[in-house]
Write a protein that binds this ligand. Sequence first.
Ligand code: M6R
Length: 366
Amino acid sequence: EKGGYDHFMLKEIYEQPRAILDTYRGRLLADQGLIRMAGIDEHLEKFLNANRIIIVACGTSWHAGLVAEYIFEDLARIPVEVEYASEFRYRNPVITDKDVLIAISQSGETADTLAAIKMAKEKGAFVFGVCNVVGSSIARETHAGAYTHAGPEIGVASTKAFTTQITVLTLMALKLAKEKGVFSQSKFHEFLTELETIPAKVEKALESNALIEVIANVYKDSTNCLYLGRGYNFPVALEGALKLKEISYIHAEGYPAAEMKHGPIALIDEQMPVFVIATKKGHYEKVVSNIQEIKSRKGKIIAIVTEGDTQVRELADHVVEVPETLESLTPLLTTIPLQLLSYHIAVMRGCNVDQPRNLAKSVTVE
Ligand code: M6R
């Protein structure tokens, strides 16, 4: 049932090219120049007239929500707030019937996310679900939604759910950008054709597996790690850190790279591995300066870079390449090496990768 892989997590990491394809299949119609999503088509006015979109989720799904915030604001010019479901529901938030709430959940059963949905509905918001499990509680409780079609995710550490959530949310943002008229047909087309190349590019990113195993072996005994990114890749840094924490039990933190100088840089010494997402576009030069700041304090740099990069290669202790793509689609690629890295470190440390201690696949308690 693990299809020849040692763990479900590894199988699910490798399923991502296929899962992403399954997610946009039948929705992304590049030759017709359109995106078809029934859940949006049927409620288009709700989205177009919304004052803002509020995204609620937990854990990895919350990270996908953060990526979506950048995508919706950047592409569709709709204001977005992203909230932990557990905070949102208990803080008496201001919600009106002009708000659209998007709940993101792989399992569709997360108690706090479900409770946040019920509250938003009572206050008149339109609620849209992005779930993986068909017929799940959240899928049933929402007014409309879009499934991720990632297939069953068994490993407790979420992998393909994350990249397919980002895929669905990207489709939604592109569709709304087009409907709002903020996107020209040619820009829209450029995104559609680029999205269609993502499965092959994820496949390419997976080819770094052997190199990542070597890197994992160097850092497997670390007690602390930092993950840094900016812009679209800031949430990827958070997700990289969460993945390492939950399956290898190494303390890790994700930060926006520019926040380093406001405190965390004090942690840097020769014992501190720092994983930096430093792909081209997206504030590249700024990230390079952040890398220099860490190097001069003797931190170890493991950088995720764009294919062919030379500048970061000169500074970093290790580099892992991912193919080039549009800036807003980079999270779909930069996430891959970080998933593999936590997987290998956890295996090398003898951890139970698929069922880490103290964790459950779906958190149905509050
Ligand atoms: O099923 P959900 O997406 O609602 O689950 C949310 C979190 O519990 C989940 O993403 C958790 O953080 C993962 N174990 C992370 O890998």
